[in-house]
Design a protein around this ligand. Structure first.
Ligand SMILES: C[S@@+](CC[C@H](N)C(=O)[O-])C[C@H]1O[C@@H](n2cnc3c(N)ncnc32)[C@H](O)[C@@H]1O
Length: 261
């Protein structure tokens, strides 16, 4: 079931690459349905709702930097970090809005980036789902804790089991983007709670197919909250899909707001 039925090229040379190594070139177009401006607006409303007035933040697993850029439009100086060199190369082309600074670094989620302490730490759009083990998730929270000022906030999201079961258990899409066509095949391993997304990317100007196998752990919301609390956070709210309704395992995505204690 695809949005468009394309004639995907037949290519014999297959090159396996790390997630986002090739997709980075086309990511913004592949994600053009994502309302990053709306996400930034939501984040800024969450901060106000939780009684804070911030002007500095860091976005972990920032990808091509779209959310961080929109945060500068809300009066934030932003740093974005991501583990993918190719995603950060794209992000570095962006400029902050209204004179606010926007910087990017390559850094794994589980490692401390070279930045000053922050008021706001973000990790959004299913990025924490890329961390496959509890130890790694704990490492991220430890990093976030050591970066946050005392009155700071952490906002993360998680894609849920419901999202994978209902939308990505057996899903195929083929699309044409500028400079390439691609096929994404998604399968959900319900037993191991692993979401598999395999991207086959056919650049127009190369006679090869790049293959990226993305694996995401579909964490139980309660399990992640336990890990967070173990790393010194208090959870202030769990929101349902960018609203202020209470989120739970029935939500496609939950946003968790926490503060260091
Ligand atoms: C679904 S994308 C989301 C990107 C961005 N937050 C957005 O909203 O467009 C997931 C991102 O997580 C990054 N990522 C995955 N595992 C990572 C890790 N261990 N350390 C740092 N970044 C990671 C990927 O490189 C990718 O940019």
């Amino acid at each position: 079931m695809g949005r468009h039925h394309l004639q995907i090229p037949a290519r014999a040379e297959r090159i396996d690459v790390e997630p986002y190594a090739c997709l980075a070139r086309y990511y913004d177009e592949v994600m053009d349905h994502v309302d990053y401006k709306g996400w930034a607006n939501f984040v800024s409303r969450v901060v106000k709702r939780h009684g804070r007035k911030f002007s500095r933040g860091i976005d972990f697993a920032c990808g091509t930097g779209m959310l961080a850029r929109h945060m500068t439009g809300h009066g934030y100086d932003m740093v974005g970090v991501d583990g993918s060199v190719q995603m950060i190369e794209k992000a570095r082309k962006l400029k902050g809005k209204r004179g606010h600074s926007l910087e990017f670094q390559v850094c794994d989620l589980r490692e401390l980036p070279m930045v000053p302490r922050q008021q706001l730490v973000l990790c959004l759009y299913d990025s924490l789902n890329y961390i496959m083990d509890e130890e790694g998730v704990a490492d991220f929270f430890r990093v976030a804790h050591s970066l946050l000022e005392q009155d700071g906030l952490l906002i993360i999201d998680l894609s849920t089991d419901a999202n994978s079961r209902f939308h990505f258990s057996d899903y195929v899409i083929e699309e044409q983007v500028e400079g390439a066509s691609y096929r994404r095949v998604s399968r959900y391993d319900t037993n191991r709670r692993i979401q598999h997304n395999v991207f086959n990317i056919y650049p127009d100007d190369e006679e090869v197919v790049y293959v990226e196998h993305h694996k995401q752990k579909i964490w139980e919301v309660a399990a992640v909250i336990d890990i967070m609390m173990g790393e010194g956070f208090r959870v202030d709210a769990v929101y349902h899909e960018m609203t202020f309704r209470r989120g739970d395992e029935e939500s496609d995505r939950v946003h968790i707001v926490a503060e260091p204690v």
